[in-house]
Design a protein around this ligand. Sequence first.
Ligand SMILES: O=c1[nH]cc([C@@H]2O[C@H](COP(=O)(O)OP(=O)(O)OP(=O)(O)O)[C@@H](O)[C@H]2O)c(=O)[nH]1
Length: 629
Amino acid sequence: MVLCPVIRKLVSKRVVLASASPRRQEILSSAGLRFEVVPSRFKETLDKTSFSAPYEYAMETAKQKALEVANRMNVKDFRPPDVVIGADTIVTVDGLILEKPADKQDAYNMLSRLNGKVHSVFTGVTIVHCSSKDNQLQTEVFKFYEETKVKFSDLSEELLWEYIHSGEPMDKAGGYGIQSLGGMLVEYVHGDFLNVVGFPLNHFCKKLVELYYPPPRDAIHHVKYDSVPSVETFEVLSDEEHGSSTQGNLTIKLEGDNAFSSGAPGSLGKNKIGQDVMGEPVEKCSGDMESLTKFPSTLVELLDGFKASKAMFVACKLKVFDLLKGKAHLKAKDVADHISASVCGTERLLDSCTALQLLKKTNQGYSNTELADKYLVSDSEYSLHGYIMHANDHVWPLFTHLESAVKEGTNQNHRAFGKNTQDLFQDSYYHSMETKLRFMNAMHSIMKLTARGVATAFDLSRFRSACDLGGCTGALAQVLIQEYPHLKVTVFDLPDVIENVSGFQPTGQDTSRITFTSGDFFKDNIPEADLYILSRVLHDWPDDKINALLSKISDLCTPGSGLLLSEMVLDDKKRNRSAWLQSLNMLVQTEGKERSSYEYRCLLEQHGFRNVEIVQTGSLLDIILCTKC
Ligand SMILES: O=c1[nH]cc([C@@H]2O[C@H](COP(=O)(O)OP(=O)(O)OP(=O)(O)O)[C@@H](O)[C@H]2O)c(=O)[nH]1
């Protein structure tokens, strides 16, 4: 999704981010910008004393970073980038400029200087417009900076060293990462938070507005873009409208190194060498821009969606991220050798993963991004590997029969796996040890990631015993006993599951308050508890089965007993895309569906539950708590 229409202006351009900073990559890609990452090789060694102000230093360094990449990419017979973005973040305190610490002692020196004080964080940003004539690179440079003030609490030596030993300070300006553990050091922030993280997105969008929607002639002395215009305002600022009000040549003074002129209707503006600022001839640009405004980027994203998913699935399946974990870099050939695959295929897969920001690519080779290290490596604490393998091996084949599922209104297990499902879990998830463990792995990984949110959405401290029906490996139970020291939890699931839970238990954690009991909640007796939990269970079943289950639970409850559900709640207003897609997912693989908050409320009240409260998290799971009256 492109929230900010001005970002769309760059959609058909070759945009390059001249930065190795994973934070900058994340900020810009979250804003919907599509770009390649080519880290700059410019050494950050400019003489600081030669600048009149610290931000001048940051802007110049950002400029040199971007120009180094622009020059390096201007190779004969290759298309040069249209736009190169460079950035540099520094911290200033007591008249000193702090960059990334060289070692732990340096980090300590920096953090001690910041301790208990207010300091400034400056990020200098440069946008370089490039074009190439007879292999000569022509550039136009626009630069700006943003300042944010940050106050550190009074911190003990012990805390500073503990933080330094976490390793976090080492690649961060000033020796801290405000977005992670370093956030704990900070008392307040005045200004743009993302600027501290490494990229002032808001100011960047304003700069794009200045560059791509120069104010019409009449307004030139009056219009000041104090804030990013609202989406509606952008729509009004269409190229056509803008063009018609800028007949004749008009020079606009930009804050950057250059002024450029705007003339032909619909053009971006001509520069001194008679080209538009994106390096295209003006006449051509006019037509281009018209089609650009109408470019259906949302559709292109959807067209590419399945390719992107599959590229990530395959890289996970081939354990590419496991291989790259902890390695500085590997060349495509080395990766190919390890995963027993072709070099040409591996290279394309690695490059696609780089474009998807799962990998980083430099001249030395490929390495994992932070995201991949955290979630795609199979043995990381919050790995989604198990869930991704389930998506690849189970959900993907089912989705290839979506058309039949829609026409027939039923799941497609028979088409995808040649099996009719009489008993959903037995026939589709537990029919072999391999599928069973794959499914358990998937549920375990997604539950580990979401358990804390489920456990803490409501204060459950009034309950002394809980029964997690369909609780699988007990990943939620583990978090529940951590959060509620007086709670005992029974995990109730099919014998097929309970027999295999031991491999999923944490080591070195007291799990004595968790009991695993096997049974079928439709057929067998359910253990007694003050609180019943159904997490991602109801969506598997049709209404008749749900009514049977809720009635059984309701009969077991005494007044004051609780029922906690976690599901994706459908919401017409919020149009939460994951929930609607999950509902299709339920169609192709189960007998169930996702439901709206109204549907859940009706179901629960029908079975004697009251005080139905719903916390819509907007992320993967929404949480519902109600009480038996
Ligand atoms: O709170 C935070 N403060 C700063 C950061 C990160 O710090 C670095 C700043 O370094 P620099 O601007 O030189 O950028 P590099 O990482 O070296 O990448 P380039 O290739 O662009 O030079 C930056 O990564 C910030 O994101 C932080 O994360 N949190």
